[in-house]
Ligand binder design. Structure first.
Ligand code: FAD
Ligand code: SF4
Length: 283
């Protein structure tokens, strides 16, 4: 396998496709390459060309989770989401851009079952083992999005700057359809360069997990109070980070038999999160 070190983000974007894949910290990509889930002839190293660091409300996509969790300028919800993710070693290598684009942890997908997300015609988790899976948006694929920072950024109303355009973070993600099994709307050869994060009046991220450390979210709840109102977004409950229009929207959850317990956890965490940002709890 060849390692390319382009001199600019534009050159990196141009080098992608045709068997080339972008490499940031490698904490997600390397295991996927090792297991043969992602195939690549060339890796395009992003370290020198994707911005890293914090400049006011803009965060370079190459900033590590470890750098974000200690920066007092970063909204509390995002700092907390970073500090509760993975392990210190992974957070010191893993970048924000890579975190937003991490793949599902669904074991059927990771074990290469020919499931819906791999292009097949059925979701093995729905009828099989699905304790960690979704309670929303789970009609075709019942996986649960693993990113804590993505939920925090969704609640905060973040926007992405890519090599091709500017878009709300909410538009980065899409549920898979029969025509397109991708869960992000990033075009081939498009790189995330920066994330712009509005300053909230208050924000919080709460995470229920099997262990207190080094565990993906069973349910993660981010809440942010901004000048135009309060926004709530969840991790670990749908194939993509999930914004709840109101706390009462939990009533529309479609849990599987093994994930019904997540509705109760989400209800309790949403109530606590709304209290923490000084918003009325209605659920
Ligand atoms: C054991 C384990 C536990 C974990 N626990 C958690 C957890 O609890 N919560 C959580 O949120 N995360 C968790 N993670 C995920 C971890 O945070 C991510 O692996 C990490 O942030 C990915 O960043 P990276 O820079 O290493 O990405 P890479 O592995 O380099 O890349 C990941 C993907 O993103 C693409 N990519 C990277 N940067 C860009 C960019 N700028 N533009 C376009 N594409 C890009 C790559 O091509 C690749 O497809 C865990 C991971 C592991 C291995
Ligand atoms: S939950 Fe999604 S990734 Fe997992 S088996 Fe079902 S279709 Fe595949």
């Amino acid at each position: 396998m060849e390692l390319l070190r382009p001199e600019s983000a534009e050159a990196a974007a141009a080098a992608l496709g045709n068997g080339s894949v972008a490499l940031a910290g490698g904490t997600e990509l390397v295991p996927l390459l090792r297991d043969g889930i992602v195939r690549a002839e060339k890796l395009v190293e992003l370290r020198e060309v994707v911005p890293r660091g914090i400049d006011g409300t803009r965060i370079g996509a190459g900033t590590t989770l470890a750098e974000l969790e200690v920066d007092q300028e970063i909204p509390h919800a995002l700092r907390e989401a970073c500090s509760l993710a993975a392990s210190p070693q992974l957070r010191s290598m893993g970048t924000l851009g890579g975190n937003l684009l991490q793949a599902t942890r669904c074991w059927y997908w990771r074990l290469k079952f020919p499931c819906y997300l791999h292009g097949g015609d059925r979701c093995h988790a729905r009828a099989g083992q699905h304790r960690e899976h979704a309670i929303f948006g789970n009609e075709r694929c019942a996986s649960a999005h693993p990113s804590d920072p993505a939920a925090a950024l969704l609640a905060l109303g973040a926007r992405l700057h890519t090599t091709a355009r500017e878009l709300p973070l909410a538009e980065l993600y899409r549920l898979p359809t029969d025509d397109d099994r991708e869960v992000t709307a990033l075009e081939p050869g498009e790189l995330i360069l920066e994330v712009e994060v509005p300053r909230p009046e208050a924000s919080v991220y709460l995470k229920a997990m099997d262990r207190r450390k080094w565990s993906f979210a069973l349910v993660g709840v981010a809440a942010a109070r901004l000048s135009d109102g309060v926004r709530v977004a969840l991790a670990g409950v749908a194939p993509i980070p999930w914004e709840l229009p109101s706390a009462d929207a939990l009533e529309h959850a479609t849990p599987l038999p093994g994930t019904a317990y997540k509705v109760d956890i989400a209800r309790a965490l949403i109530r606590r999160a709304l209290e923490a940002v000084g918003a009325p709890a209605t659920t």
